[in-house]
Design a protein around this ligand. Structure first.
Ligand code: MG
Length: 350
């Protein structure tokens, strides 16, 4: 076995052990120094008339009014509408995605298919909940007395796994998906280390039990995985039917030291330029490469910047924080490296 294979195998086994919940060897049985679980106020179930309430530590993605967590796939404003406390798909307007990116998480979604039903098979109440920025679909479909192929029915992993049972309610009624998503893992060279996993409850009934996805979920075929970031936006599908959504919330699991957002290109472009006196050792350049990411050039290093909010960015490999302040007469970047004092620098290019 070569070194790479040994590393990959070791990592895969470790990851699998963690996913399967092996006891953490750093703690004794009943160790009284072990931190207690954080206290969370639980969610409350909804009814047909009223949505439920999210748990206290959830990130609310749709509360019946606020559309700001959602954008079109290219980051522009979405054309989906908020009507009677629901987020409704406008056929032909395209998918919507979250501005924020998510890796491993618990996602709660409530949805309702149009009533009276229109069309049949895949044409009736079709939408979808996607992880990985459109790569992995959990089918949303009016599967109540509506025959279609099994791996395209409600709560299927599209084209891969039919639901264990059909727990669909009649069209027009509010239904719930409670989903546990585990992102696939790739190494720095793009080699697959661990496949994506999904567990799903449909209206409280287990329909997917920790299944391992074969790869992305296109209309036809099962292509292999291609490397992508662990955290990416969640999306909802426009499949030509005015499916409605309400009470959408998510709880991040695992690494969430920083939030991560996928910001529109137009916003990232506004940050590009030179900051501070030119040609000094600690002056700053913000630029973009053909990969579309935002880069910080500082002290001869090139660091990818990740958005923690629309104005705050961090690097993964170095403890650097950048905040853009364009609220005054100058365009200013505030840079903090490790323990150093934060430095403010004005932009010297337009
Ligand atoms: Mg669909």
């Amino acid at each position: 076995m070569n070194i790479t294979a040994a590393f990959v195998l070791g990592f895969t086994l470790t990851t699998t052990a963690i996913l399967q919940g092996a006891p953490d060897p750093n703690w004794l049985d009943h160790d009284r120094d072990r931190p207690l679980p954080p206290v969370v106020t639980p969610s409350t179930p909804g009814s047909q008339e009223q949505p439920g309430r999210p748990p206290s530590d959830a990130i609310v993605l749709f509360d019946g009014k606020d559309l700001s967590p959602w954008v079109a796939m290219d980051g522009s404003a979405t054309k989906w509408v908020v009507k009677d406390g629901a987020l409704e798909c406008v056929p032909g307007s395209g998918y919507v995605r979250t501005l924020q990116s998510f890796g491993d998480c618990q996602l709660h979604v409530e949805w309702a298919a149009p009533n009276p039903p229109h069309g049949d098979s895949q044409g009736r109440g079709n939408s979808g909940v996607f992880f990985g920025f459109g790569r992995y679909e959990i089918q949303v479909l009016d599967s109540y007395q509506n025959k279609t192929y099994a791996d395209g029915s409600a709560a299927s992993i599209y084209g891969q796994y039919p639901a264990l049972v059909n727990a669909c309610l009649p069209p027009g009624q509010w239904q719930t998906y409670d989903i546990v998503w585990t992102s696939p893992r790739f190494d720095a060279e793009g080699l697959l280390l661990a496949k994506a996993r999904l567990t799903i409850f449909h209206n409280g009934v287990l329909v997917q039990n920790n299944v391992e996805l074969t790869g992305p979920v296109p209309w036809i075929g099962r292509p292999p995985y291609k490397a992508h970031p662990e955290r990416l936006p969640i999306a909802l599908q426009d499949h030509g039917n005015p499916v409605r959504y309400r009470n959408i919330w998510v709880r991040e699991l695992g690494n969430n030291r920083h939030k991560e957002f996928m910001l529109p290109d137009a916003l990232l472009e506004t940050y590009v330029g030179d900051y501070g006196p030119p040609a000094q050792w600690n002056s700053v350049k913000i630029h973009r490469l053909p990969d579309g990411l935002l880069y910080l050039s500082l002290g001869g290093a090139e660091l990818v910047l990740h958005a923690e909010s629309p104005t705050k960015f961090y690097a993964l490999t170095t403890d650097v924080l950048c905040t853009f302040d364009f609220s005054g007469p100058t365009k200013t970047i505030i840079i903090k490296v490790g323990d150093d004092e934060a430095r403010r620098m004005d932009r010297t290019t337009q």
